[in-house]
Write a protein of this length. Sequence first.
Length: 256
Amino acid sequence: MLLAIDVGNTQTHVGLYREEGLLEHWRFHTARTATTDELALIFSALLALRDLRLSDVDAAIVSCVVPGLSQEYDQMRVRYLKGKGALVGPAMRTGMPIRIDNPRELGADRLVNAVAAYDRVGAACIAVDFGTALNYDVVSADGEYLGGVISPGIEISLEALSQRAAALPKVSLASPRAAIGRGTLEAMQSGVVFGYAGQVDGVLGRLREELGEEATAIATGGFAGAIVPHCEQVDEVDDLLTLQGLRIIWERNGES
């Protein structure tokens, strides 16, 4: 069995695979100061929900955007999985040429999403990840990573709004009843939901125009469910896109 682990700035998403089949997946808050042993305890508890132990796992592939945790996950692999596994990085075979100025700048999660999106459609595509940041990653019809767009994520915007505007409260993300908010909370929800939906549609339109061809837009990430229903340019939503990309990359590196 394979653990596919996507370590984001806010959440960690974990998938348990047996060959190509997803057995289970979990999300938990990313603890930036977690140690190797603490991570092992977290995964042991999750696996216990399936009557499994960490020793039942054959390997783990990890995409990590939190530098301080990369070493801890690598040590967990060494200590608890007999060294079987890998961290996604520039040396891994992904099957996707990277056509940006400095490939080493590319975040592991963005590359993984691009690989998964292209594997899914086999044509030009754009992965839109609604995470701590809102990432758009563009792949050509020939399967080349061309670059993308990064903007502040929804949670960041909500926190900044309440912190910098003393009279505005914190607000949960929910679908507004209408664009015209009848109160402060509804007005804030409308601004975030419809504002981000408009951003997504606008950015996707520009990216497709630059590509000069139609491209399938696939959304993923924890906040996609709140925004995508109000978008016109997103074709599909796949909450498991990053996990699938990790599994695909693991297989392309000669592992199964």
